[in-house]
Design a binder for this molecule. Sequence first.
Ligand code: ATP
Ligand code: MG
Length: 304
Amino acid sequence: MIQADDVTGVFADTAAVREGLAAVGYLADDKIAGVVSLAARLGKPLLIEGPAGTGKTQLAKSVAMMTGRPLIRLQCYEGIDESKALYEWDYRKQLLWIQAARGDETFSADAVIETGKGIFDERFLLTRPMLEAIRSPQPAVLLVDEVDRVDTETEALFLEVLAEHQVSVPELGRMEARHVPLVFLTSNNTRDLSEALKRRCLFLYLDYPSADREREIVSRAVPGLARELVERLVGLVETLRRLNLKKPPSVSETIDLARTLHLLGATDLDVTDASLVQNVLLKYRDDVQIAEAALAPRSWSKRP
Ligand SMILES: Nc1ncnc2c1ncn2[C@@H]1O[C@H](COP(=O)(O)OP(=O)(O)OP(=O)(O)O)[C@@H](O)[C@H]1O
Ligand SMILES: [Mg+2]
């Protein structure tokens, strides 16, 4: 059986992962770094669930960056199937091959149909992300992004890769991984994933970061922004998250507003036009009304 590669080095322990991720700009707490270390050392996929914009996708990208491993990404969507996730046969080339082979006297179409010989050859196999990760000559990071968007039948197709690190192609047989890929699955929890999938993965719920960590994330992302402004901005976002909003602002929106304030040369959140906050942080009219009622005029609106 092939082993997970990184029992030492970058994945050796929580601190090593936390520092490695920080070096590529991802600020992880011990809970995040610890489970990444464990997933790599056990060779188990990591299922990351949580609200939008909390750094789920970025975590997988950052792990690839910190290890220098290729990132192979499968962006899931409704209707995705085996031919987009695992592999498909290149029919066009297979037909061309048959046409060319017909000129050969020894060619028998019946024999090809019977045995598949020649036609189901590796050179006609189009590898898709999951098979690509399995066949990667170096250990890869496989990101199965937004896995909750696929239907349960397709989800079942992923299990072989996740648990056994192999893909079965009926015409060719089993293809086993040379290296266990480090697999990250992300989900916004729009539907319950199957028990079978969950059982094969370690689990991480990625919530909004603590105020301290969010301040650090913002300061790293927008280094020119004054410290007090970062504090006020994160305070405002935290207050908004406590309201009953349809779409609470995420880390990416905090960073967006920080960038906007920096671009406008703002020195205080009070001087910011209320519409700016509405446009950048909030994405629903009802949310804007709830926020206005809860916050105005104190911190974000100039109206008396
Ligand atoms: N811990 C972190 N350190 C650094 N940046 C972070 C962190 N968490 C989030 N971010 C920032 O937030 C942005 C959004 O993160 P990301 O796209 O990974 O969110 P997501 O959870 O995948 O959202 P969605 O569910 O909408 O796909 C990233 O581009 C990154 O800039
Ligand atoms: Mg994402």
